[in-house]
Design a protein around this ligand. Structure first.
Ligand code: GLA
Length: 395
């Protein structure tokens, strides 16, 4: 073989190796189950500091949330300075984030957690800070250099530039950094993101912003009907972050909110002040049976199987052949609700084991019972009964 041809082979070999490695990095499977974590917006809005983010990270560990699967500490809008630096790079607000994002990321990582950040695919963020439109490469490089693991990209001030171009430009910029960064598209469901976002991101918002009240939360649930087919491992519909613990709903309604998000295989991104949360809030966010419904490896988003106005039944098929079943009472009065194993779609068996995922057992409902037909519970106003149902003793 001639010398030139040998070096050509070496060159080609190297090229293939690099492509393979880069290909692997870019194809790294992220968010095989819905992301779990915390975000600063719902509790603090623009009033954020380095200390508050650190407190949240610490509380995520000490409250038991980390052990329950919560992983991301996400900084939302207003972390940055009002201007870019002389090189055109984003810089954190020097008063509120005096040690910079890299140091904060190092701290969060030292706790065994991951860190997320926020930007907008527009000229400014929603709160008026410098946006990432036309700065995708520079900003993605900053995020990667700081050690960011998750980017939420908003839609404010987009100047009418094509959505697909804006969101794809950032996807490419993130991939080019070689760092695995979960890409969370926050386009509010305007251009049917479930049609195009699964190809370029791990999650996409399906609606406008949630507020901390029953009507907002339940309206968002209504807008999830029909979207189940778009979700699966690595790509999730995002009905927005949790309001559990923020005070605008009662604990019964927060349990409903959390249960519905689990049935929907939604990202579980807590939005309350973790450092000051009550025991009731902690119990809701830490219900491991409900979290297991959300995090099931099959990644099937649940769906509604019946609706008579005030009363709805939702189900989520689970990877082990069981189903999660949710009886939802939207009405003003307590109601006795029933469904059947057949209506739910469970496979045929002589009997079924029914486990109540919230009640420890009370006068209305045993914690666990056996049935061959009815799944039933008394359900409070704005409440749910949530079960996991296993077929047993076949044929
Ligand atoms: C938009 C988003 C919210 C939040 C704010 C921040 O409204 O949808 O989730 O990030 O911007 O300004």
């Amino acid at each position: 073989m001639k010398k030139e041809s040998i070096s050509l082979h070496v060159f080609a070999g190297l090229f293939l190796l690099l492509t393979f490695q880069f290909g692997l990095a870019s194809a790294q499977p992220l968010s095989q189950t819905p992301p779990m974590g915390w975000n600063s917006w719902n509790a603090f809005h623009t009033d954020i500091t380095e200390q508050k983010i650190k407190d949240a990270a610490q509380a995520m560990v000490s409250s038991g949330m980390k052990a329950a699967g919560y992983e991301y500490i996400n900084i939302d809008d207003a972390w940055m300075d009002t201007v870019r630096d002389a090189q055109g790079r984003l810089q954190p607000d020097p008063k509120r984030f005096p040690h910079g994002i890299k140091a904060l990321a190092d701290y969060v990582h030292s706790l065994g957690l991951k860190i997320g950040i926020y930007e907008s695919a527009g000229t400014k963020t929603c709160a008026g800070f410098p946006g990432s439109l036309y700065h995708e490469k520079t900003d993605a490089e900053s995020f990667a250099k700081w050690g960011i693991d998750y980017l939420k990209l908003d839609n404010c001030n987009n100047e009418g530039v094509d959505y697909l171009k804006r969101y794809t430009d950032m996807q490419k910029a993130l991939l080019a950094t070689g760092r695995p960064i979960v890409y969370s598209i926050c386009e509010w469901g305007v251009k049917d993101p479930y049609q195009w976002a699964p190809a370029i991101s791990q999650l996409w918002r399906t609606t406008g912003d949630i507020s901390d009240n029953w009507n907002s939360m339940i309206n968002i649930v209504d807008q999830q009907v029909g979207l189940s087919k778009y979700a699966g491992p690595g790509h999730w519909n995002d009905p927005d972050m949790l309001e559990v613990g923020n005070g605008g709903m009662n604990n019964n309604e927060y349990r409903t909110h959390f249960s519905l998000w689990a049935i929907l295989a939604a990202p579980l991104i807590a939005g309350n002040d973790l450092f000051h949360m009550t025991e009731d809030t902690r119990e809701i966010l830490l219900n491991k049976d409900v979290i297991a419904v959300d995090q099931d490896p099959a990644g099937k988003q649940g769906y509604k199987v019946s609706d008579n106005g005030d009363q709805e039944v939702w189900v989520k098929p689970m990877s082990d052949g069981s189903f999660a079943v949710l009886l939802l009472n939207r009405g003003q009065e307590r109601a006795f609700m029933t469904t059947t194993v057949e209506k739910v779609g469970l496979s045929k068996a002589n009997s079924y084991k029914v486990v109540n995922l919230w009640d420890k057992g009370n006068r209305y409902q045993a914690k666990t019972y056996s049935t061959n037909d009815l799944i039933r519970s008394s359900v409070s106003s704005h409440g749910v009964a949530m079960f996991r149902v296993w077929p047993e003793s076949k044929g």
